[in-house]
Write a protein that binds this ligand. Sequence first.
Ligand SMILES: [Fe+2]
Length: 295
Amino acid sequence: MTQLYSQLQTYEEQLTKLAKVVDLEAYPIHDLDHPVTKELVARCKVQLDDIGCSVIADFVRPEAQERMRLEARRLMPCIFRSEQKHNPYMTKEDKALAEKHPNRYLQRRTAGFINTDIIPQESDMLAMYDNDIMTRFIGECLGVWPIYPWADPLARCPYGVLEDGDYFPWHFDGNEFTVSVSVEQPEEGGTFEYAPNIRSVDNENIDGVNRVLNGDKTNVYELEWKPGYLQLFKGRYALHRVQEVKGNGAWITALPTYMTDPDTVNRPEHSKQFYGRALPIHFEREGNRPDSLSD
Ligand SMILES: [Fe+2]
């Protein structure tokens, strides 16, 4: 069992740290019986059921968001940037499949990650992430419990970065839920689009995925996304992308990731592709996956 960093801190320590990042007067997420919190959780649940996505505006205090932005900017020289083509499942192309199968729909991706293992432990983002109070609140909103901060040392809570000309094409996430916090928005582009509930654990819905890849926007939503906003997203079942970023500024998003299985990590191939490295833990745990969906 993974030792969670939050287990080394008392409740009061975690509450104090969280209060510096989240406005607990506007959003008293430490008190799940508070009427404001109950209403917030109820709203998130309804939206997640309906469209697999819910946003909490101004969740992070402006000063904490600015500290996160400066932290990401400081760490930019250490970013792992990659450019490659991939299909929506992030798997190798299978030429035995029909040419129109989404597995063979390859798009160019240029993006970067500031890996979690180089982010200082005193980071505002990690204070929010390695925090039982936050985890409990997120679990309430998702309607899933228990959930845990992810065991993957690189991918558990990185900054995702897209700069001028970068594009993150249509894909499914390897994890069931994603929590994102906008840290910086570019001058132009960077719009998040998603097709909710387009596949399920036992139905890949190849035809529906193909329609979106071919430009059908009938069931595609655009996210209103500003610095300090928090997004809850079911990315394993929703096809999604970030449109090409243009001009000055960058799309910088903190990606605190939660799992129902605390021990699962990315496959080695996925870790190398996205984070530039695979660690021993990625190989050791490769066979330990919760389901057989492609990712
Ligand atoms: Fe994603």
